[in-house]
Design a protein around this ligand. Structure first.
Ligand code: AOS
Ligand code: ZN
Ligand code: ZN
Ligand code: ZN
Length: 424
């Protein structure tokens, strides 16, 4: 299925009068609206290939319908999102779930939808049917060198796929760790992992980055070998200038101050990218902005402040990706909601009076500091986000158009009622 441009234009025309009225009221009360709009237009968020189907929990999986059955159909799905919002111009692939058969054809298909290939992801947290050694007791940390070697070789193979597709980063998330005290010698586990990562690092092309993603717990419940931003930063620093920390919002212990972590990683020049999602308890992988929108705004406030302090280009310096799982919603609708929430938080952060805030901080005027942040957070920026979409030829209301065009119904007609996409 494809969404023809005229359908978006027709839809926008019906909405435009009401939109313009709201946008003009808002724009008249703000400074530098054009600057904010340009930043929103440039900002693109990578969609994970594993989030296009219905996920599940440990207790079951209730299949969705019309899910993508192949890499080609996953690209088609992200193309639909991008046509609707013009903010999802990249896809992040997972190997071996998404092994491309014909690179040229896959690249051409992605280009046809205006999509780039974001970081490629390796998988040493599952055993594959044809695999020699098991990752039951870890991969890069393993006490057995042969198993570590297998994990390294897999990562190098993922880099090779990425090179063919024009990606320029590898994300390594390790499930390695231990579930019981005494199971693991922490120092040996760290050193083995470092040695393995060094071997992978050595295989990175010059213009590539590697993102080391940390996670507090799950699937291991006593220790994770890359368990927090400190451990990830240790690895990244020891590896070298091409290695960075990746922050997945759901990978912290409850109430962790993620905006502070982000700020310090940026200060160190070691923040590589994001996995956006939301959570209430753990790695819930819920829709971004659905549980803690204020936290999301505060994270973006740290990002804008930190990137501007280092003169970084907002759109291209970091890898902006979603990592989510959908149990009860249509995955595409959920992803549209996540992208919208990210754009809203970003727009609000761009409205923060950074100079005023710095002044208030110097004077220890705590009340004014809070007022400045909340002034931006409580601004309804949806008309600015919609205006940015209008200017790029996207839909003023992507979700509404998705439903009006009966996108899912069309996909079900094409692909069938019972389809299962690979992924989480
Ligand atoms: C796992 O918890 C991490 O969030 C990974 O980034 C990601 O979910 C995984 O690589 C997808 O399989
Ligand atoms: Zn993640
Ligand atoms: Zn996760
Ligand atoms: Zn997550």
């Amino acid at each position: 299925m494809q969404i023809e441009k005229y359908k978006i234009d027709d839809f926008n025309q019906q909405q435009e009068q009401e939109h313009k009225r709201k946008f003009e009221v808002l724009a008249s009360s703000l400074n530098n609206v054009e600057g904010v709009l340009q930043k929103l237009v440039d900002f693109q968020i990578g969609i994970p290939s594993w989030a296009l189907g219905t996920g599940g929990t440990r207790f079951g999986r209730f299949s969705g319908s019309g899910e993508p059955r192949s890499l080609e159909e996953k690209i088609e799905d992200v193309g639909l999102l991008h046509a609707l919002n013009q903010s999802s111009g990249a896809i992040s692939l997972h190997i071996p779930w998404d092994i491309p058969q014909d690179y040229k054809a896959i690249k051409a298909l992605a280009a046809q939808h205006g999509l780039k290939f974001d970081a490629v992801n390796s998988n040493t947290f599952q055993d594959q049917p044809d695999q020699k050694q098991s990752y039951k007791f870890g991969s890069m940390q393993h006490v057995d060198k042969a198993i570590r070697r297998q994990a390294v070789e897999h990562n190098i193979e993922v880099i090779r796929h990425g090179i063919e597709l024009g990606s320029d980063a590898l994300t390594v998330w390790l499930s390695d760790g231990s579930s019981f005290p005494g199971q693991l010698n922490f120092r040996n586990a760290f050193e083995n992992t470092l040695e393995s990562l060094q071997e992978v690092y050595a295989a990175l092309p010059d213009d590539w980055k590697v993102f080391v993603e940390y996670k507090a717990f799950e699937p291991n419940f006593y220790s994770m070998t890359v368990g927090d931003w400190g451990q990830s930063l240790l690895f990244a620093n020891k590896l070298g200038p091409k290695a960075y920390t990746l922050v997945d919002l759901g990978h912290h212990l409850p109430n962790a101050n993620i905006e502070q972590i982000v700020s310090l990683l940026l200060m160190e020049g070691k923040l590589g990218g994001f996995h956006f999602n939301d959570s209430k308890y753990g790695d819930d992988d819920l829709t971004t902005g659905s549980i803690k929108p204020y936290q999301l705004f505060l994270i973006f406030n740290s990002l804008v402040d930190g990137m501007d302090a280092r003169g970084m280009d907002h759109a291209t310096s970091l890898a902006w990706m979603i990592d989510a799982s959908h149990n009860v919603k249509d995955p595409l609708e959920d992803l549209l909601q996540s992208v919208e929430a990210i754009m809203i938080a970003y727009a609000q952060a761009l409205l923060v009076d950074q100079q005023g805030l710095k002044g208030a901080q110097q004077e220890n005027d705590v009340v004014r500091c809070q007022e400045i942040l909340q002034e931006a957070f409580r601004t309804d920026v949806r008309p600015i986000v919609a205006e940015a979409r209008l200017r790029t030829g996207a839909a003023l209301r992507p979700l509404q158009l998705f439903r009006e065009l009966k996108v899912r119904e069309n996909l079900i007609n094409e692909r069938g009622l019972k389809t299962v996409a690979t992924g989480l």
